[in-house]
Design a protein around this ligand. Structure first.
Ligand code: NAD
Length: 490
């Protein structure tokens, strides 16, 4: 089994300032702005993955006993796609965007120029430690920035591998990996950055944001929350159940920010739904899921204890309808379904982030919208229904980072959609071009010639000029003619 949280002194916290200075010097020298540099780095990242896939899979197995299939798809293939997309589209993304101009600046032309921000800090989380570390880095490279990446100390094998591979494959005068825990991250956060992207929980996000505020540094916060799943009746229940299972236990055993956190269904439909879970879960993970090789383990003993605290609350443990077994020595908890847990239980008031799935029942499926909106805004919300009106209501009423109808988690794989939270689930977004935009400043550039120098803006400010200005602002052609001709309205 992998090591518990390791606090390795691999980074001298006194050198944080020098690290940023070195990267800033590279940025100021224009190294990272060069298109060829960006291309070379993205190609190097692809090579890094192509040549080290077994090592990456092994590190993820060490940190989380993540099944190879999940590592290959959700950590490596997704990252490769992201890299390839940036390589294909980056030139286009970098091109200035023409903007329309109006009478206010006539004659003129305008464009929006995407310029890199400078030196950025990426702080990532442990649950998808490879993807969540390098995916933001792809956007930051494509946009032309220098980067420090601070992976999570809770997945130490992946963090060490990342540090080694990035140093070996990429330009270390512009991209650095800093390993470490709280002291190292604190030292980094004291420096002045041009953007900080943090992935993790809301408590630390507040520390990150407070540190960033001292330097007026903008932040992207990729956080979590309780992602609800509404299950309506009259659906293809087997497909729905399988897609919920894939998004919950098939995503790092529920340790994913967009994994279903709880289900809402009607009292009438709950028994059928529970039966469907029992049937499909047994089919997927066998009679003894603690032995299954297709489930990640809980990341460490702290999180194991946290999850058991949620599960073993008296008013909750009595509601288990499937699962509940645990194996402390291997940090495994079986897929667990609970029916009708009380709303005031811990499990319904904290992000679960593990293999427990409570089902809440209501009278009418429409009641689920108020239930969701009475809480904080989730990172994702899901609904299974064939009812067109309910789909429309869901989209209209539920505010979340993203919504999926009739599936779970798959919006993550669509780079044409922004990925990010709202309210307590975060701010800012990335993926595809959104990553490039997140790490760019959109610079407004207006071009004028010396012709058409209207006297209107210069003193003396006569009544005629004032009338003309008001007409121009009012936009009425007749008013403009009137003002030009000196006619009064009366
Ligand atoms: P974590 O413990 O790995 O922490 C994230 C980062 O914060 C790490 O790099 C860690 O070193 C740093 N950190 C910890 N304490 C700190 C401190 N006091 N000061 C500065 N930095 C500190 O990860 P976690 O928070 O347990 O991650 C799980 C949470 O992240 C869940 O809420 C989950 O929903 C969320 N998450 C969100 C996304 C997303 O894309 N929105 C993805 C994954 C996880």
């Amino acid at each position: 089994m992998a090591s518990e949280v390791e606090k390795k002194a691999v980074f001298d916290i006194d050198s944080a300032k020098e690290v940023v200075q070195e990267l800033r010097a590279s940025f100021v020298a224009g190294k990272t702005k060069d298109y060829e540099w960006r291309r070379t780095q993205l190609k190097a990242m692809l090579k890094l993955m192509d040549e080290n896939e077994p090592q990456i899979v092994a590190a993820l197995r060490d940190d989380l006993s993540k099944p190879e299939l999940e590592s290959s798809i959700y950590e490596i293939a997704m990252l490769k796609n992201s890299c390839k997309l940036a390589l294909k589209k980056m030139k286009h993304w970098m091109m200035p965007e023409k903007a329309k101009t109006s009478l206010a600046t006539f004659p003129s032309s305008a464009e929006i120029v995407s310029e890199p921000l400078g030196v950025v800090l990426v702080i990532s989380a442990w649950n998808y430690p490879f993807l969540l570390s390098l995916d933001p880095v792809i956007g930051a490279i494509a946009a032309g920035n220098a980067i420090v990446l601070k992976p999570s100390e809770i997945s130490p094998a992946t963090a060490s591998l990342l540090a080694k591979l990035v140093a070996n494959y990429m330009d270390s005068s512009c991209i650095k990996v800093v390993e470490g825990a709280v002291p190292e991250t604190t030292a980094l956060l004291e420096q002045k950055w041009d953007k900080i992207m943090y992935t993790g929980n809301g408590r630390i996000a507040r520390i990150v944001m407070a540190a960033a505020a001292k330097h007026l540094t903008p932040v992207v916060l990729e956080l979590g929350g309780k992602c609800p799943v509404i299950v309506d009746s009259g659906i293809n229940l087997q497909v729905a159940t399988r897609r919920i299972i894939a998004g919950k236990w098939g995503c790092n055993n529920g340790q994913a920010c967009i994994s279903p956190d709880y289900i809402i269904t009607t009292k009438d439909y709950a028994v059928e739904l529970v039966d469907s879970f029992k049937c499909e879960l047994e089919l997927f993970y066998g009679k003894n899921p603690l032995e299954s090789k297709d489930l990640s383990r809980v990341v460490n003993s702290n999180h194991f204890a946290r999850l058991l605290k949620l599960l073993d609350e008296d008013k909750v443990s009595s509601k288990i309808v499937y699962g509940g077994e645990r194996d402390k020595s291997n940090l495994k908890i079986a897929p667990t379904v609970l029916l009708d847990v009380p709303q005031d239980s811990l499990i319904m008031n904290e992000e679960i982030f593990g293999p427990l799935l409570p089902i809440i029942t209501i009278d009418k499926v429409e009641d689920s919208f108020d239930l969701i909106t009475s809480g904080t805004k989730p990172l994702a919300a899901y609904m299974f229904t064939n009812n067109k009106k309910l789909k429309e209501k869901f989209v209209e009423k539920v505010s979340a980072g993203g919504l999926v109808i009739n599936d779970t988690t798959v919006h993550l794989a669509e780079p044409t959609l922004p990925f990010g939270g709202v309210g307590d689930s975060g701010m800012g977004a990335y993926h595809g071009k959104f990553s490039f935009d997140t790490f760019s400043h959109k610079k407004a550039v207006l071009y004028r010639s010396f012709a058409g120098d209207a006297p209107l803006r210069y003193p003396p400010y006569t009544n005629g000029k004032l009338r003309l200005l008001k007409s121009l602002l009012g936009g009425s052609i007749l008013g403009i003619i009137r003002a030009l001709m000196g006619w009064s309205k009366a």
